[in-house]
Each structure stands twice: as C-alpha cells, then as structure tokens.
Design a protein around this ligand. Structure first.
Ligand code: AMP
Ligand code: ZN
Ligand code: FE
Ligand code: FE
Length: 281
C-alpha cells in the first residue's frame, strides 16, 4: 500500500475519521490498526453524534498512536447543514451523553418516518434492514439510501439522495432543529474545542463570523471537498478571524473516498488544538 504524502512539521496526522459507530465501515480497532499501517503519528476519531468509538480506540492505540478524542455534531442553520467538530471532548460528560441519547431516539423515529414515506411512494423497505445497516452506529439517510439501492429501487446512493432523501427529495424528513451555537456550547461544556467542519464553497463568510460570535474556535480548511482555491480562501478567513486551521480525510471506508492520512495536514493544527484544549504537549 502506498503511504500518504509527507506533511509540513513531519508528523503525519489525520483529524477527521469515522468508524462503524457512525457511518464508517471499520471498527475502532481496525481503524487504529490501519492508521499504524499507514504510519500516522496521530489520529482523531470524529464520529457523527457518537463518542462510542473513543474508549475502544484508546485501548487499541495504547502508546503506539496518539489518539485524539473527537465528535462531529450535526446541526443546521438557515438551510445549511453544518457539522461542528469537537476535539478533546470528555465522552463521559453527562450533558453530552444526554444530548447524544436524544439524537439517537430522534434519528430512529426519523428513519422510520422516511421508510413509511417511501412505502407510500411505492418503494417498500424493511425497516429492520435499515437499522441493521446502521449496525451499532447512529442511523441516518446514508443507511436508508443503501437499503434503497439493495432493494433495487435506485441505481446508486447518489441517485437515492437526488430523488428521495436530499433536501428536495420526496421522502426527505428533517431532523429536529439543533443549531450550531448549541453544538458549540455543548462541546465547550464537555471540555472540547469546536471547529466548523468542511464549510464548502456555498457557505457565506457572514455565517462563519456569526459562529465565531457564538464561540467557534476553529475552521476545517483541508478537506476532500475543498479545492486549492477554497483552501486559500479559508486559510485567509481563519487568519482574519483568529481561528485554528485543521483538516482531515473524512475517512469512512477502505477503497472509497479519500484514503486514511492521504490529505496532508500540518502538525501545527494538532498543536493548536491541544493548546486550546489545555492538553499537555
Ligand atoms: P443525516 O445525518 O441522516 O441527515 O445524513 C447526512 C449524511 O448523508 C451526510 O453526512 C452525508 O454523509 C450523507 N449525504 C448527504 N447528502 C448526500 C448526497 N447527496 N449523496 C450522498 N451522501 C449524502
Ligand atoms: Zn459520515
Ligand atoms: Fe461532515
Ligand atoms: Fe465526517
């Protein structure tokens, strides 16, 4: 297997990855093993709305790999889906645990509502299969999309989103509102550092300025959906707003999307996150 590219600062790190506890396919143990195989010095696990991978990953990593505890919280504002990364959150924080439990319940009800809606549209699915596809993870639209594909109702997952599950799809069911300001506050209450994930090409800078007013500490600059021009733009914005610049592969599956550690992220990103979180060295 080819190794990921060298990075400024010399330590190869990946600050955005997923496991089976959200919509990734690897167990925490397998993800840690892959990180070691790919010579990463540090790995952050940032599952969607879940911290369940963190303990088993920490055990698997031991002293061989620096494991950075993280989360990627889903939120929405003004028609934008905004993901807020939280680094060094305490996975045992009662407020965080309570909110994640509520999300899990809401997501199960929502998945069932989408299955019901699809049945009305003449696209029957076995709800149990949708939940089985989520495995131990939080259930979401990607699992409904995969079930639609397996049932032969759509050609591909993309097709499922375009026709049925996307914002303008016929079976789209919104999640109960959770604002990025709430995500930022909860991450900070749990001892973490908040970073806006993959802002992408469409988000107005004024929205990011608003989040900074809400306490946001960092901006994910290096991400597979950010081309070179966007990286330059967000680096300049991060400097102007005094935000920590971070990045990662958003790894979910072997052989699909960007490979683990493939996106060069400066070691400085992790140093600044640690400083902000008050984590030694
Ligand atoms: P949910 O949290 O259940 O609303 O699902 C959101 C997730 O669905 C995102 O994190 C993406 O991984 C995935 N997703 C959203 N839009 C698309 C799309 N157009 N094609 C494929 N996957 C998508
Ligand atoms: Zn994901
Ligand atoms: Fe995301
Ligand atoms: Fe992600």
């Amino acid at each position: 297997m080819s190794l990921p590219p060298a990075v400024p600062g010399g330590r190869r790190i990946d600050l955005h990855t997923h496991t089976r506890f959200s919509d990734g396919s690897l167990t925490p143990e397998a993800l840690v093993a892959l990180a070691l195989e790919r010579h990463l010095a540090a790995l952050a696990i940032t599952d969607h709305d879940s911290v369940e991978a963190l303990d088993p990953a920490r055990t698997a990593a031991g002293s061989a790999l620096e494991l950075v505890p993280g989360i990627e919280m889903s939120s929405a504002l003004g028609g934008f889906d905004l993901h807020v990364l939280g680094y060094y959150v305490d996975g045992a924080h009662p407020g965080l645990i309570a909110t994640l439990a509520r999300f899990r319940d809401e997501r199960m009800r929502r998945a069932q509502a989408m299955v019901d809606r699809l049945a009305q549209l003449g696209l029957p699915l076995d709800a149990a299969e949708v939940f089985a596809l989520a495995g131990p993870g939080v259930v979401g639209r990607p699992h409904v999309a995969e079930a639609l594909k397996r049932a032969g109702h759509v050609e591909s997952v993309d097709d499922a989103f375009r026709r049925y599950l996307g914002l303008h799809g016929e079976a789209y069911v919104p999640r109960p509102a959770f604002a990025p300001a709430e995500a930022i506050a909860l991450i900070h209450a749990a001892g973490g550092v908040s970073v806006l994930a993959h802002p992408g090409p469409m988000l107005p800078d004024s929205m990011i300025e608003q989040l900074v007013a809400n306490g946001l500490r960092g901006l994910e600059v290096w991400h597979p959906v950010h081309g070179a021009a966007l990286v330059r733009r967000y680096r300049a914005l991060a400097r102007r707003l005094d935000l920590i610049e971070t990045g990662g592969s958003d790894f979910h599956h072997v052989g699909r999307g960007t490979a683990l550690g493939e996106l060069p992220v400066p070691a400085k990103a992790l140093e600044r996150l640690k400083e902000a979180a008050g984590v030694p060295g």
